[in-house]
Design a protein around this ligand. Structure first.
Ligand SMILES: Cc1cc2nc3c(=O)[nH]c(=O)nc-3n(C[C@H](O)[C@H](O)[C@H](O)COP(=O)(O)OP(=O)(O)OC[C@H]3O[C@@H](n4cnc5c(N)ncnc54)[C@H](O)[C@@H]3O)c2cc1C
Length: 431
């Protein structure tokens, strides 16, 4: 049985593990467009959350199992075509995540100093094709639109001191840019209210521990205290926000993080670059933000939108352009082709949430394969010949391990100093 998995993020690794266990003897090739595996565990999860990144060790063990090959620096749609994978393998699983920022859809979005969180996070996490973003952090006020953990990650990292970032693997170029930044006010903007925010309590509470930042919440924006509210997750959030609302005396600190709930972005204004964010006051009704007509503005020299992501497609792949996911029915895409993870169900859920999804897709594959005659497909043999003919520069698991060793050695007390240029990664891998 020849199986290809496109994407070596959490979903691709979990599917490889499940299929490897259930189909002993299967040959499983896991492709990734980057020379480095683990998807958003390396390129998304905040660099100061090293505990979360430890799961990469488990994924590395999966990629090192007998019968499994990692083929890094091979992008489907660039080095290999979707049709070629279908021809070579009995089973193809698309697990390419969601790389593209959703747009705010407001005037001024294309001004300088306006960034999607996907691009911004890729820049500070050292994804080679995000490395050169060089975001403008030269103004005093920065607005982040979105009320999820990604918005909190960005605010926290910008607010941390050099010492507070010492045990992170924030890349050198981003450390230098954060140190030089002039930011004094960070706004966290939510279209809806605190009860609809999708922060997790642990990440929200972390903001309260930052040495140079005051967390400012207008108590008038919070719902009245309810008996036993801290028992559910939204109640815990509101309790934390109420605690922050009592921190007004800290506003003299060097940096302030303001929460603005029920504020929908209407426009970004400025001469050539962002300077002001225009917002409409909203009220929440049945979980929806309803604008009432009142507008107001805040200074915003940089605007970052953190409102979610879309998947990208490649020629031939059935794609649901409205939802921005691979077109699928519970994971089935077309005969022999399946999908898992964020590109299947949209950009929601933490790393472990992809495991249950991957197991369900693996079960579906096994059910479809039951009773099928062995095919004449040649899997990796055909693909290796195609890649060799195209002069592709492939990184295998050993190559990744060399990159890893070089980065850890360069860390000098930090967890690692990431290589952020494609050519440096390929040289370190020995490719
Ligand atoms: C900024 C951010 C922070 C997060 N923080 C946390 C956290 O702290 N804790 C937590 O549990 N979860 C966190 N998450 C969620 C977690 O990262 C996701 O649940 C998980 O990574 C989704 O896994 P995936 O495999 O579906 O997608 P991804 O992790 O995106 O993996 C997809 C892989 O496919 C590859 N790929 C894409 N296109 C191609 C192609 N054409 N050819 C070959 N390969 C391709 C990509 O390079 C990537 O390696 C965070 C997410 C983001 C965006």
């Amino acid at each position: 049985m020849h199986i290809a998995i496109v994407g070596a993020g959490p979903s691709g690794c979990y599917v490889a593990d499940a299929l490897g266990r259930k189909l002993p003897g299967a040959r499983i090739d896991v492709f990734d467009r980057l020379p480095t595996p683990f998807g958003l565990v390396r390129g998304g999860v905040a660099p100061d959350h090293q505990g979360t990144k430890n799961i990469a060790r488990q994924f590395e063990r999966i990629l090192g199992k007998e019968g499994v090959r990692f083929l890094g620096n091979i992008a489907i749609g660039r080095d290999l075509a979707y049709a070629e994978l279908k021809e070579a393998y009995d089973v193809l699983v698309i697990a390419t995540g969601a790389l593209q920022d959703r747009r705010l859809g407001i005037p001024g979005e294309d001004l300088d100093a306006v960034y999607g969180s996907g691009r911004f996070v890729a820049w500070y996490n050292g994804i080679p094709d995000g490395r050169d973003l060089d975001p403008r952090l030269d103004g005093k006020s920065l607005a982040i639109v979105g009320n999820g953990n990604v918005a909190l990650d960005i605010a926290r990292l910008l607010a941390k001191t050099t010492e507070e970032l010492a045990d992170s693997d924030l890349c050198a170029h981003a450390r230098a840019a954060f140190e030089a930044a002039a930011i004094e006010d960070i706004w966290l903007i939510g279209r809806r209210g605190p009860l609809e925010a999708s922060f997790t309590a642990v990440e929200l509470a972390e903001l309260g521990n930052l040495s140079r930042a005051a967390i400012l919440v207008d108590a008038g924006q919070l719902p009245p205290a309810l008996p036993g509210e801290s028992q559910d997750s939204q109640g815990k959030l509101v309790e934390l926000l109420r605690d922050f609302a009592g921190h007004g005396e800290q506003r003299e600190k060097a940096l302030r993080i303001h929460f603005a709930f029920n504020a929908a972005p209407l426009a970004i204004r400025g001469e050539g670059r962002a300077r002001e964010l225009v917002l409409a006051r909203t009220r929440s009704e049945n979980g929806q933000a309803i604008a009432g007509g009142e507008t107001f503005s805040i200074a915003a020299d940089t605007v970052i939108s953190a409102i979610g992501y879309r998947s990208t497609s490649f020629p031939g792949l059935p794609f649901d352009a409205v939802r921005g996911v691979v077109a699928n029915d519970r994971g089935r895409v077309e005969p022999g082709v399946y999908t898992a993870g964020w590109c299947k169900r949209g950009p929601q859920g933490v790393v472990p949430a992809n495991r249950a999804d991957a197991l369900a897709v693996a079960d579906l594959i096994l059910a479809d394969l039951a009773g099928r005659e062995p095919s004449a497909k040649t899997g990796g043999a055909l693909i290796d010949a195609l890649l060799a003919g195209r002069g592709a520069c492939r990184v295998d698991l050993g190559g990744w391990q060399k990159i890893n060793a070089a980065e850890v050695a360069a860390g000098q007390g930090r967890p690692r100093e990431k290589l952020v240029r494609l050519e440096d990664l390929l040289i370190a891998a020995g490719s």
